[in-house]
Design a protein. Structure first.
Length: 160
């Protein structure tokens, strides 16, 4: 893979992959970096790196989450919440509120919403990687947006 190609892929997907990894682990940058390294070191060329990176990142993040859970159980520590670090443009809800609302979604819906909105994956790509039909992915996306809207509206109402 050429340097320019890799650079374009990193620029396009790093923020959305980080948001996905943040769902599962408090070290999303490490997970995203590992996913990009696996892409770079892949012995076979990846035709469509977006969905592939999402699958690898999700798997790495879930593995990290399991390790973290075992560590927490052994050490009996309580993890501090991690805030979404991208700044809001000021017109909508604060980034922290969006993060909290995203965390309230079930894992699959969270993945679909992040993959479609932030990584700009099509429902066909999301469906292929998650083992769903495109129409099911779309329905879950619509349901996820509705849940997000309700959660954010509640949050805004409580703050007034």
């Amino acid at each position: 893979m050429k340097h320019d190609e890799l650079n374009a892929i990193v620029n396009r997907f790093s923020a959305s992959l980080r948001l996905l990894a943040l769902r599962y682990d408090s070290s999303p940058d490490d997970i995203v970096q590992e996913a990009f390294l696996r892409l770079l070191n892949s012995s076979t060329p990846i035709a469509d790196p977006g969905p592939w990176l999402f699958r690898v990142t999700r798997n790495l993040a879930m593995d990290a989450q399991r390790r973290q859970r075992r560590t927490k159980q052994r050490e009996k520590l309580v993890a501090r919440p991690i805030a979404f670090e991208q700044a809001a443009d000021g017109d909508g809800p604060a980034a922290g509120e969006v993060t909290v609302a995203l965390e309230k979604l079930d894992d699959e819906t969270h993945l679909i919403v992040v993959a479609h909105l932030w990584a700009e994956l099509t429902f066909e790509q999301i469906a292929f990687e998650s083992g769903l039909s495109a129409s099911t992915a779309h329905r879950r996306y619509q349901r996820g947006l509705k849940q997000l809207r309700q959660t954010l509206e509640q949050s805004c109402t409580l703050m007034k």
